[in-house]
Design a protein around this ligand. Structure first.
Ligand code: GDP
Length: 198
């Protein structure tokens, strides 16, 4: 699939205010700074469709972009940890949970993972949440240019092992990307195109 048009539609923090069109929807989510905005800009051939972290005042909203007039790319806020009393707790904001639990148009979530890091608890918890909520997802490894080719493969293998050692019976579909080198774009767009055709 080629992206010919990508237009911003709406930002909001309430699932009820998301677009009413019954178009299939693909959501992108990950920890803050994982490279989500850069990836969205790469996928859509835009320099600045999604706001990158270097811009101040980045808001925490659900952003809908209409692609080729036939599907939505949804940019969700980054998640992270918050210190609550003496404990550190994973925080997935309520409106993100509402989105995942109520948005019937959602076809697939892409969970972004920085390829340099070992599997992080918060990402594993989030994938577990998606699994329990029966939401199909795929993994997008970001920033692959930061590692040599052998290391890329080693890191993916190590990640796979960590997932399989946990609750997962198999590795979900995954993509290795670098927004800096415009790598991994075709695989993701083909994957979306294929699902949209079925
Ligand atoms: P977001 O917070 O997940 O939307 O992340 P951004 O897209 O704003 O990127 C966070 C930081 O990582 C910025 O400094 C980007 O320049 C950098 N970054 C994003 N993608 C890549 C990549 O593919 N390669 C490298 N080397 N840096 C990247």
């Amino acid at each position: 699939m080629k992206i010919n048009t990508a237009e911003f539609v709406i930002s909001n923090s309430e699932v009820d205010k998301c677009p009413k069109d019954r178009l299939p929807e693909y959501a992108f989510i990950g920890r803050s700074n994982v490279g989500k905005s850069s990836l969205i800009n790469m996928l859509t051939n835009h320099k600045n469709l999604a706001k990158t972290s270097s811009k101040p005042g980045k808001t925490q909203l659900i952003n809908h972009f209409k692609i080729n007039n036939n599907w939505f790319l949804v940019d969700l806020p980054g998640y992270g940890y918050a210190r609550v009393s003496k404990k550190t707790k994973a925080v997935f904001q309520q409106f993100i949970m509402d989105y995942f639990e109520q948005r019937e148009q959602l076809v697939c979530a892409f969970v972004l993972i920085d390829i340099r890091l070992e599997a992080q608890k918060i990402d594993l918890e989030f994938m577990e949440y998606l699994g329990e909520s029966e939401i199909p997802f795929a993994i997008i490894f970001t920033k692959s240019d930061k590692l040599g080719k052998n290391k890329v493969n080693n890191h993916v293998e190590a990640y796979k092992k960590q997932l399989l050692a946990g609750d997962w019976a198999e590795m979900p579909p995954y993509f290795v990307t670098s927004s800096l080198e415009a790598k991994g774009k075709e695989g993701i767009l083909e994957y979306i195109g294929q699902i949209n055709e079925d």
